[in-house]
Design a protein around this ligand. Sequence first.
Ligand code: FEO
Length: 465
Amino acid sequence: MKKYICVVCGWIYDPKEGDPDGGIAPGTAFEDIPEDWTCPLCGVGKEDFELYVEEVATKKEVKQTPEQKSERKGLAYNEIVENVFAVGAQDWDRKLFDELIPLPDGTSYNAYLIKASEKTVLIDSVEPAKADDLLEHLMDLDIENIDYIVSNHAEQDHSGSIPLVLDMFPDAKVVTNPKCKKYLIDLLELEEDVFITVEDGEKLSLGNKTLEFIYTPWVHWPETMSTYLEEDKILFSCDFFGSHRATSRLFVVDEHKIVDDAKRYYAEIMMPFRNHIKKNIEKVEKREIKFIAPSHGPVYNRPALIIDAYKDWISPRVENKILIPYVSMHESTALLVDYLVKRFTEAGIHVIPFNLPKTDIGQLSIELVDAATVIFGSPVVLGGAHPQAVYAAYLANMLRPKVRYVSFVGSHGWGGKMVSQFQSILSDVKAEIIDPVFVRGIPKEENLDEIDAFVDKIIELHHNL
Ligand code: FEO
């Protein structure tokens, strides 16, 4: 049951408590209160109450003068084309996504509002912690009614504020596919009757504009879909083509930088689903696309930028690049890694060592997108690999990069089972395993032949990439 606020004195009617002194029993919905009831604080009638959205500023509280709006730190809405607005939220301070991937530039949760001749539609919502930004942007636009809330994806960074939007616009229907509906009920406890479900390729007329729903599974969850606005040729792609960046710019400006941001996003979310992405790109490319409006990062006004980048990332092509994620406790493994870096560099191979206790694991993930070889380095600790190296290998296995070769190097004092441990962790990485090199203690002159043979073998493989 919903709370209502007195617009004169600010007293809030909570149906759980009712107004016993005024003869209203606890548990009475505001709608069921007799018409002659009055506010217990200021005495005005029921007609002077309006819906109160908890923890979110009411319309009355956030009405601002143009001067106040221009002073606001957060973003206002932005218009992509006439009557299509970006109304989401920027998260400038977020440092970690999924409690996993560092975000050096924050991120955004994009939502879009379409005002058509007959219907008004919200495409997705925002992370619940940023709901006030979304609702404020809707109020800035003087939106009095929302007919449909399209939910492209049930994950809470896009769906989490839907219940609040429904509180504010109780007549709105949530438009999504049957699988997403099920997830939304599980995650948000939405009522069954709030949904309209759509099939793959189904269209929805909004009057002078038309939406088409395109199932694009596994970008990022199995239920994910994209929504295409036919008349304006805008693809609302949700996570698909997204990038981690908070920005005041509506459209992509620095293309090179945004592709890097998108690569970080792709690495964590999309890389394991390359085959699905290929099919999904083919599917959406059947439409003419002027804009891609994802749910993270700026809008692409040159869609080929991100589509071509995705095509490259999902292709079998790898770069002449070797990654060495390693950890070293007493410098023995580090010395070995230094030598490998020197030899590979001399051979003209791009080599990147990642000192795991100090590295940005997101940067390692980015480089995994197109590296040809990964060599994990670790000392033997208590009979196995160092936990930091195990974590990196586990992450790589989850991301399933297209690397061609994998190997291991390190040092030990008295043996251990590190290699079998790594191989077991990396079971989903379909790469050729190159015989590893381990030295006893620090690398010495007597180890050079074995180390050089290892390096030469990898250089030869890279010559034939
Ligand atoms: Fe941006 Fe899968 O949520």
